[in-house]
Design a protein around this ligand. Structure first.
Ligand code: NAG
Ligand code: NAG
Ligand code: NAG
Ligand code: NAG
Ligand code: NAG
Length: 382
């Protein structure tokens, strides 16, 4: 007998299919046997007191855990995450946040929201003013806070800032870690698919118009508000590094305030970019400030037509020096706030002139809160 014969016979037996009738009776017999066996197993295990431990194998506890979101793979928590705490690394977060739907229609009632993203070291001296500003507009905004990694913000549960801290990292001013924090804020905010406009603010910023005006201004703008300009000076072109060429040339180089406003499309592009970001990380070192150049330059290179090239955050650079003027309690008057809201000049909004150029202002010292609360309702409508 040839050695091969035996396996061949086994194969023949294996592939021999019984008639359909035969097959189904066998299946029924087998299933009944299995059911009896499983029932016996479960009774046996419960009698031996080990049932609970054993069920873990069949039904992992996490699936039924009370603390866990019941909507585990559900739609609602996917499009509107309720909790901001997650364990993603920046790399994982940016990848996830860079995903954009291919379909134009949303399968839910989408009310576009403005994401107010605060970059702070910790305390928010103007939280009470902002809370007044937000009041009554729930569902039209979301708040995100980037703080020092271990900072615990102490605000009441009815504050718009309550529970809005995102997983944060150390930031050193003037370094690329500031851009990292901006991208981290954008990426966390992008996870909520209703966020349509993204404003970066600091703890020394205040709103100068009421919510409705700010919301409509941003939501209906055809352009984003990222200051972006070219200037033949040490603080602008002077910060360009020739080693960025040929990817970034001097004629691409732009400067602008860090305090940007982006629409969703541009926010996705910024979070998704690694190529240009990494050139800034490598070659934009002191005294080049990546936060003043990366986004203005990147948008100028690829998405200039979507940018207004101006900022909506007022600041006073009129006193020369490395820092803008700070306004404290003695400086706050109705006339001063009026002059920020409308200083007599006009700017362009959706290709038409308007006197409303600034929606926010900086920098304000914490002691400005009292005087601002005293005049906000009469002057600014909140
Ligand atoms: C938080 O703020 C409240 C009210 O201002 C205060 O009573 C409380 O001591 C603060 N808690 C912490 C941990 O600072
Ligand atoms: C902003 O600058 C870009 C060039 O980066 C230009 O294409 C665009 O038209 C400018 N936007 C406005 C509103 O003028
Ligand atoms: C604020 O008021 C103080 C006191 O009147 C004054 O010395 C200071 O220059 C003012 N600051 C600004 C930025 O106007
Ligand atoms: C109004 O604000 C703009 C931008 O800050 C500034 O360039 C301009 O000089 C101001 N005009 C007046 C009249 O203060
Ligand atoms: C908000 O401000 C606008 C002007 O900017 C004003 O017309 C409107 O009445 C204000 N709304 C409220 C509720 O105060």
């Amino acid at each position: 007998m040839k050695p091969r014969n035996k396996p061949d016979e086994e194969e023949a037996e294996f592939f021999h299919l019984p008639s359909r009738k035969n097959w189904s009776t066998r299946l029924i017999k087998f299933i009944s046997a299995l059911v009896v066996f499983m029932a016996g197993l479960v009774i046996g295990l419960s009698l031996s007191g080990r049932f609970n431990a054993q069920t873990e194998i069949f039904f992992p506890g996490t699936m039924y855990s009370v603390n866990c979101d019941k909507d585990f793979l559900g739609f609602k928590s996917f499009v509107t995450p309720q909790h901001l705490i997650h364990s993603m690394t920046d790399e994982e977060l940016f990848w996830r946040a860079s995903m954009a739907p291919k379909m134009e229609e949303y399968p839910f009632q989408r009310v576009p929201k403005v994401a107010f993203m605060f970059m702070t070291r910790g305390t928010l001296p103007f939280a009470r003013l902002w809370d007044r500003f937000f009041k009554g507009h729930e569902g039209q905004y979301s708040v995100y806070l980037h703080t020092l990694p271990d900072y615990k913000l102490n605000v009441s549960t009815n504050s718009a800032f309550y529970g809005r801290q995102i997983p944060s990292e150390e930031v050193s001013w003037g370094s690329v870690t500031l851009v990292d924090a901006e991208k981290r804020l954008l990426a966390n905010a992008l996870l909520d698919f209703s966020n349509e406009r993204f404003v970066l603010l600091s703890e020394s910023c205040i709103p100068v118009y009421n919510f409705t005006t700010v919301y409509n201004y941003l939501i209906y703008s055809a352009h984003s508000f990222v200051e972006s300009y070219d200037e033949n000076s040490q603080e602008a072109r002077g910060r360009y590094n020739r080693r960025m060429a040929p990817t970034i040339k001097l004629y691409h180089w732009r400067k602008g305030s860090q305090w940007f406003e982006l629409n969703r499309e541009l926010a996705v592009y910024i979070v998704a970019d690694y190529q240009y970001y990494s050139i800034f990380r490598k070659y934009c070192k002191p005294s080049c400030y990546p936060d003043e150049h990366y986004i203005p330059t990147y948008l100028n290179m690829f998405h200039g037509s979507l940018n207004s090239n101006r900022t909506v955050t007022w600041v006073d650079w009129s006193r020369s020096g490395p820092h803008p003027a700070t306004y404290g309690a003695p400086n706050i008057t109705a006339d001063f706030i009026r002059s920020i809201r409308n200083n007599g000049t006009s700017c362009t909004y959706n290709s038409k002139p308007t006197s409303v150029c600034f929606l926010f202002a900086r920098k304000f010292a914490p002691n400005a809160l009292g005087p601002l609360l005293a005049l906000s309702s009469a002057l600014m409508g909140f």
